[in-house]
Design a protein. Structure first.
Length: 62
């Protein structure tokens, strides 16, 4: 979803311009507010899984 064509109900301006606090909040929710928060835990989980695999391989190797 994009905020290019959305009009703010509070200030009647384009949300992409971010004229009022409601516009800025909606724009940040649409452009990374949710994705940014979820990317770090998933990256950390993948890193821990990779570390566990490396340690398991080292433990099994003679």
């Amino acid at each position: 979803m994009s905020c290019e064509h959305l009009i703010c109900a509070r200030c009647a301006g384009p949300v992409a311009d971010g004229r009022c606090p409601a516009c800025r909040a909606a724009r940040s929710d649409l452009h990374g507010g949710a994705r940014g928060g979820l990317a770090i835990p998933y990256a950390l989980a993948i890193l821990l899984a990779a570390l566990a695999v490396i340690l398991a391989i080292q433990h099994l190797a003679p």
